[in-house]
Design a protein around this ligand. Sequence first.
Ligand code: TNX
Length: 484
Amino acid sequence: MPRPVEVVPNGDTFTVAPGVEIHAHGEAMEVARYLAGVLRSVTGLEMPVRAPGGESAGGNAPAGLIRLVAGTADARLGLEGYALSATESDLTISALAPAGLVRGVQTLRQLLTPGPTGWTVPGGHIRDYPRFPYRGLMLDVARHFFPVPAVRRVIDLAALYKINHLHLHLTDDQGWRIAIDKWPRLASYGGATEVGCGPGGFYTKAEYREIVEYAARHFITVVPEVDIPGHTNAALASYPELTCDGVAPPRYTGVEVGFSSLCVGKEITYRFLDDVFGELAELTPGPYLHIGGDEAKTLSSDEYAVIVERAQEIVAAHGKAPIGWHEIAAAKLLPASLVQYWGVEHVAEQVAAASASGNPVIMSPANRTYLDMKYDEASPLGLSWAGHIDVRTAYEWDPLAFLSGVDPGSVAGVEAPLWTETVSEIAEVEYLAFPRLAAIAEVAWSPAAVQDWTDFAGRLAGQARLWRALGIRFFPAPEIRWPA
Ligand code: TNX
């Protein structure tokens, strides 16, 4: 899960038991240590990691070999693809690059089954690579703040399903979550609230770097979002000079949208954007900075276009490609800008026009991918403005066909946003994300030709053992026959 491109069983069984060793060298060495950690957590076994040719334990031949090989795979696998082959005595994952090996390790982890003599893996050959290069999960840490350990947990869970981007919605009306040295009150004052009466919080730069590094170890790119020009009440409350009338509004802990905006006509607004996106660029090894751009309901369309165009220039001047929610397609786009579609309609002319001009599109249709929508009437958490999203609804759609008039070649991929108006605990995040994140991940990774609801539902049920072992508090969706 997600279903691989090609699976050919050979009838053998590889057994992970004491005496098995992990062999790797060069770039694969770090992934080998990562694999050893995964195997330790699943099986309790401590497997030695060695370079090939090195001395085995006690000089005996190992009971079985797990080999990780980087750089020698078939070029068609691309940078994230991998091949996995397993016989009685040897299990090899090969890939062009370490990212592919890490994706292959997730597959291996899912294949491990407890048995009387150890953990077994069915023998055979898998060739696998992603359908789309961008496969994202978004966490809204602004409506409710989630500290670093919670974000690490989210990264662990996203990595299981080969997600490769973590979009952090860092700012909104209810809170500003990232320290900005030149504007310290954003975090210290604007970060001290959240929806309801909780304490809020923010990431120091050191904490934020820790998140970026932890994600990078899973070959996940962090995409930071500072949502402008709307959704900015926390910033306006912190710095009255950012408002048109110079009066700071009170901080906000409700859940309405669309009432706040930066002041388009003041030059200080653009110094602010340059400082904020400059510091964010410095914290960001990845290629993207997300500028938000949604629901700026107090601006005229001219004002909106002015600030969105300048924000894109500022991001580009700091060496990054802007991403914006699809409203930005109403403004002039830079060639490098990506448009993230969050509507529910199958027609969006400005998005189609952006795609025709070569701007990449990320698909997040709210009635398919929004993990904060309720599963059904009875869901204790979540919203329902885009409808209820059961597992099948999250699974059965095609990112290339959803929006008419969008050039399939411009679809960079898929992202599942999880907004947190109704969610303040990691257990609640898990409940909304599982099992639907697995469905979206398969939509984004697997070839359309191997996607099939009945087959998916059976494999999804098979994930429950892993989720229980990991303590994931998933929603036992009634359309799936979960094992007892
Ligand atoms: C719409 S999606 C929003 C968010 C809300 C979300 C709740 C988007 C770009 N804007 O501000 O949190 O709906 O589902």
